[in-house]
Design a protein. Structure first.
Length: 430
């Protein structure tokens, strides 16, 4: 980064790219290519043997994706990053990079429905056990840990429960036991930096607030560079023992000249290479355009959401509003401790008429879009129990914060009067 800054408004515009060295173009070019010319056979051999680093094939790396990786690394204060095809791919790779059949991770129950399904069902078929615990008491993570535990996993601002996770408390327990904390940071980029509170890895969807315009699927994994994998060799054999897929490379030793990035390099040159969840360079370009305005958008998302939460809290037909600033006790303390500049753009609420009223409300909306996404510039609404969390059992839905009458709003950037007007007329029909 040629322009040094610690301010996120500057980082999202300048980190990782100043100009194209060939053409002097300021906008990040779209390197829409599959492959890259090698200088000679020695150069090709060195790249494949990891004796030197450079571009080989876009399934593994791409210059457009590289700028996105550098920019998000700088934004979150990490060491290195890996762009992938979706947030789901980021969650999967983040776990598989250090856990294999016979291992387990301990996860918060406060999860997005797709992540719950991934952990409870798909990972189970691969022999990886996921132990779900309620983060109300951070000590439950300690109690669920054994010699085969490879990571803790949680969402910074859980979608849709919206109870901020106790990052430092759980990270401290993990570091005492030698277990890294992986944070799904999808709903809180620009509001919190998990690495500052002890988290080791970030795995997020770029589809949501980072991209911000509902036009591109993508994910990111960011290595904090702050976890000592070598100090816990028995817990992390995949990083500390010879890897047969790379001529017996021991990752914690092989990449030392590059810094504390063994975790992210292994993810790139083994899992991404073998499984192919690569981000399209065109998607990376579009996500970069969104990232440039992330701080500005988050300010507006949070400001509008705060006003909507207050409005709903005083409405006669609304029985309960779920928003961090309206919470009390420990949940409010955590929100104030970890979120800076706003409490997020998501608002949940329940209607006195339950499921039927919730459906009538959504069907009556005119400005809001009814779709399965969050973090769009536009305002969005959905009924999680019948959509995003519908594959979960009723018990699992309640564990994630979803009741039959719960409605989730993703508050956009429209004028607050127009947002409130649409909600008012829909509530009248509910």
């Amino acid at each position: 980064m040629s322009v040094e800054s610690t301010h996120q408004e500057t980082i999202v515009l300048h980190a990782g790219h100043r100009k194209d060295e060939t053409t002097n173009a300021v906008a990040v070019p779209i390197y829409q290519t599959t492959s890259y010319q090698f200088d000679n056979t020695e150069h090709a051999g060195n790249l494949f043997a990891l004796k030197e680093f450079g571009n080989i094939y876009t399934r593994i790396m791409n210059p457009t994706c590289d700028v996105l990786e550098q920019r998000l690394t700088a934004l979150e204060g990490g060491a290195a990053a890996l762009a992938v095809s979706s947030g789901q791919a980021a969650s999967m790779i983040a776990v598989q990079n250090i856990a294999q059949a016979g291992d387990n991770i301990v996860s918060s129950t406060d999860l997005y429905g797709g992540t719950w399904n991934l952990f409870a069902n798909s990972l189970k078929t691969m022999g990886i056990e996921v132990r779900f615990v309620d983060p109300e008491d951070p000590e439950v993570f300690r109690g669920a840990t054994d010699d085969k535990t490879r990571a803790y996993y949680a969402e910074t601002l859980p979608n849709p429960k919206l109870q901020v996770f106790p990052i430092k408390e759980v990270a401290d327990i993990g570091r005492e036991l030698g277990v890294p904390l992986i944070m799904d940071h999808t709903a809180a980029h620009g509001l919190c930096r998990p690495f500052d509170h002890g988290a080791a890895i970030i795995a997020s969807s770029c589809t949501k607030y980072i991209g911000g315009h509902g036009n591109s699927i993508g994910g990111i994994i960011i290595d904090g560079g702050n976890f000592d994998w070598e100090a816990h060799k028995e817990r992390f054999p995949m990083l500390n023992e010879p890897d047969p897929s790379y001529h017996g490379a021991v990752w914690t030793e092989a990449v030392k000249p590059l810094g504390p990035v063994a975790y992210i390099i292994k993810a790139r040159v083994t899992l991404l290479r073998d499984c192919g969840q690569a981000m399209s360079p065109f998607n990376a370009f579009l996500i970069l355009q969104g990232l440039e305005t992330l701080p500005l958008r988050m300010e507006r998302h949070c400001g509008n959401a705060e006003k909507i939460a207050t409005f709903l809290d005083g409405h006669a037909k609304v029985t309960r509003v779920i928003y961090p600033s309206l919470m009390e006790g420990e949940h409010r303390r955590r929100a104030d401790a970890y979120l800076e500049g706003g409490y997020g753009g998501l608002v949940g609420f329940e209607l006195e008429g339950g499921t039927e009223s919730g459906r009538k409300f959504i069907d009556s909306l005119k400005l809001f879009y009814h779709l399965a996404n969050i973090g769009d510039a536009r305002s969005l609404a959905i009924h999680p129990a019948s959509t995003t969390h519908s594959q979960l059992t009723e018990e699992e839905q309640f564990a994630t914060g979803v009741s039959p009458g719960y409605v989730r709003l993703s508050i956009g950037l429209e004028h607050i009067d127009d947002i409130m007007s649409d909600l008012s007329q829909a509530l009248d029909d509910a």
